[in-house]
Each structure stands twice: as structure tokens, then as C-alpha cells.
Write a protein that binds this ligand. Structure first.
Ligand SMILES: C[S@@+](CC[C@H](N)C(=O)[O-])C[C@H]1O[C@@H](n2cnc3c(N)ncnc32)[C@H](O)[C@@H]1O
Length: 354
């Protein structure tokens, strides 16, 4: 009896521990967000360790309040605390620095900025009405919001470029683009992915995105060591028309933003733009089926991330491979192969069904 009781106490302690961790997870996120916004990780990256007073002075913040945030970050290894309220950078804080190019700091700021946080506050009501929480909270879609707010737009574009840099090498190691003459990245952001495809496989590159995003591509491509004219940058709206000229279309984290009806419109336009032997290479994290592992090799849990995507955009909370396959088949495509990589990204290659 005693053994059974103490066993159940231990079990419930383990369960409570698990829940404490989950319930308080937002505190870590918010501390990361605010320290990134205040450029504290940039400061420590450049200057090494600094006292809380020095950091407060440089960031125009109150040292006693700031200390709680920095101490919490040190408790989870984002910073290192030394005697005398001195803080030093760590491997984690350096990954969050935003002044050396797209980083995890941009991702943190994009996911945690007030407009997104407001969307989470609208989730309960939106679950009842079926609205997109971000649209309910902000009166417009996330792409329009980012277009209309410079800081949000800049952070969003950089967050996407970080994600590309994070996964591109593993993708290009696993998936061979050399058999294509011209690859077009639809919704390709600043062009990081198409730049690397062109560099590694020597095919021609096309980049298609909305004007405010594509406008940032030439400077970004130049930073990547790509001559801007090596990639044909085209602006437009995928719901109007997809440009012709490519024998392969890649779409990374693009179609997942849309519900099935809109995704079908996009696939229809892609089909019109491709030659009969053309391919679509869908690049995504896929939500696992019930019997599949829940965590990708890089630690991302697609089923968790999917909620964030669903709070922000109309898309189907990401999809399983089977769901994507069915969607593409309904639109006249057939699955050729699935290639997994060592990050959260997998490739599903589709041909036009005969
Ligand atoms: C979630 S981001 C993904 C960006 C990039 N593929 C990546 O993985 O880093 C979606 C992209 O689709 C673009 N986009 C949104 N609506 C679009 C439209 N109607 N036509 C073309 N591109 C669009 C956005 O500007 C953004 O760059």
C-alpha cells in the first residue's frame, strides 16, 4: 500500500513538473523577446561581459527591473551570470544576436511581437467563430500587416531567411536539383533558398514573391555572393498568375499558409505555368501521423508549430504528408518521391499526372 502510494506521489510529481514547465514556457519566450528587442544579445556579443547597470544604461532601462529578466535568462543558459550582477554571452545568446544577419533573434521577435501575442489572445473567441485569430486581433492578415509595418516586415523577412539558412545545406545534400534547367521559388522571400540551389547545382533561378518582399532580394543576394542578375526576380500575386519559364517550382513554407481552397487555386496556377514534364517540390515540415515521431531532428515539433501557423494565417495548421498528397492529387499532380532531411524540412516531389 505504502509503496503504491509513494509511487503515485512520485508519478504525480513528475506530471506536475511536466506541466509547470509547459505553463511557464511563455516567461522564457518573453524574456528572450524583450532582450532581443533591446539588442542586449548584440551588445554582449560585441562587448563581452557587462554589469546590469552598464546594460541598463545602454538600453535606457531600469537596472533593478532588467536584472530579473537577465537573471531568468541566465537560469536557462541564454546568458551566464557572474558575481556582482555581471552578465556574459553564451552560445545561445550569440544565436539570438540580430546584427550579423538573419538569426533566431528575428524568429523570436516575429513569433512574439505584440501583434502575434494579440492573436493568441483572440484564439479562444476565434475557435468559436472559426476566424483567423491574427485577423480578428489585427484587422488584417499577417502578410498585409508586415507589408504595412516596417519593423514587423523586416523582422518577418529576416526570420524566414534564418529558417532557410538553418535548413538549406541539409536539403541540398539530400535532394538533387541538378536535373532541372530552371528552378523557380514561389513565395521565395529574399531568395536565400534559390540562391543556394543556383550556387550548388548550376541551374537557372527565378524568384517570385510580392513586391515589398522581393524588393529586399537584390541586396540580400549580393550579400550571399550571388550576382543579382543570376536570378530572375519577378513580383506578383500567386492568386493572379504564376510566371512561366521554370521546369521545377519549389515552395517552402508557402502553401501551408493557405486553406485547402486557396491552396488548390495556387496549385492550379502552378500547373498552368509548368511544362508537361514539370515538377513541384514542396518543402515543409510535415505534421506526423499518430504513429510517427513527434519531434523533427532539429527539435521542432511540427504539431506544436502548426498551432502558431494556424493562429497567424488561414492555412490548415500545417498538414500531414497524406493530407498534402491528397490535396495535390485533387489538383492533378502525382507524388514521385518524399525526401527527409536532418532538419524539420522534408521534400515531397510531385509531377503532373498523366
Ligand atoms: C512564410 S513565408 C516563406 C518564405 C520562404 N519560402 C521561406 O521559406 O523562407 C511566405 C512567403 O510568401 C509570400 N507571399 C504571400 N502571399 C503571396 C502571394 N499572394 N503571392 C506571392 N507570394 C506571396 C510572402 O511574402 C512570403 O515571402
Amino acid at each position: 500500500m505504502t509503496a503504491t502510494l509513494s509511487q503515485s506521489t512520485a508519478t504525480s510529481m513528475a506530471a506536475k513538473k511536466q506541466l509547470f514547465e509547459m505553463i511557464l514556457a511563455f516567461v522564457k519566450s518573453q524574456c528572450i523577446y524583450v532582450a532581443t528587442r533591446l539588442e542586449i544579445f548584440n551588445l554582449l556579443y560585441d562587448e563581452g561581459e557587462l554589469s546590469v547597470d552598464a546594460i541598463a544604461k545602454k538600453t535606457s532601462t531600469a537596472p533593478d527591473r532588467l536584472y530579473f529578466v537577465l537573471r531568468a535568462l541566465a537560469h536557462v543558459d541564454v546568458l551566464q551570470e557572474k558575481p556582482g550582477q555581471v552578465f556574459a554571452p553564451t552560445e545561445l545568446s550569440n544565436l539570438l544576436a540580430t546584427h550579423k544577419g538573419p538569426s533566431m533573434g528575428h524568429l523570436a521577435m516575429h513569433l512574439l511581437e505584440p501583434a502575434q501575442w494579440d492573436a493568441w489572445n483572440a484564439l479562444e473567441a476565434a475557435l468559436h467563430t472559426g476566424e483567423v485569430p491574427f485577423e480578428r486581433a489585427n484587422g488584417k492578415g499577417v502578410y498585409e500587416f508586415c507589408r504595412d509595418n516596417d519593423w514587423s516586415g523586416d523582422v518577418f523577412i529576416n526570420a524566414m531567411s534564418f529558417f532557410t539558412n538553418h535548413s538549406v545545406d541539409a536539403l541540398l545534400d539530400a535532394y538533387d536539383f541538378s536535373r532541372f534547367d530552371t528552378v523557380m521559388d514561389v513565395g521565395g522571400g529574399q531568395g536565400g533558398l534559390i540562391a543556394q540551389i543556383v550556387k550548388r547545382y548550376g541551374c537557372n533561378g527565378m524568384l517570385f514573391d510580392v513586391p515589398y518582399v522581393a524588393a529586399t532580394a537584390p541586396a540580400y543576394l549580393e550579400q550571399q555572393g550571388i550576382e543579382p542578375e543570376a536570378i530572375n526576380i519577378i513580383t506578383g500575386d500567386v492568386f493572379q498568375e504564376v510566371p512561366t519559364g521554370a521546369d521545377a517550382i519549389v515552395m517552402k513554407y508557402f502553401i501551408s499558409a493557405w486553406n485547402d481552397e486557396d491552396a488548390a487555386k495556387i496549385l492550379h496556377n502552378c500547373k498552368k505555368a509548368l511544362p508537361p514534364h514539370g515538377r513541384i517540390v514542396l518543402l515543409q515540415a510535415f505534421v506526423p501521423d499518430i504513429d510517427e515521431p513527434k519531434t523533427a531532428p532539429d527539435g521542432i515539433m511540427p504539431g506544436i508549430f502548426a498551432v502558431q501557423i494556424n493562429v497567424a494565417v488561414p492555412g490548415g495548421g500545417w498538414r500531414t504528408k497524406k493530407h498534402f498528397q491528397a490535396l495535390f492529387e485533387q489538383c492533378g499532380f502525382q507524388l514521385e518521391q518524399v525526401v527527409d532531411t536532418t532538419t524539420n524540412l522534408s521534400a515531397m516531389e510531385f509531377s503532373i499526372a498523366s
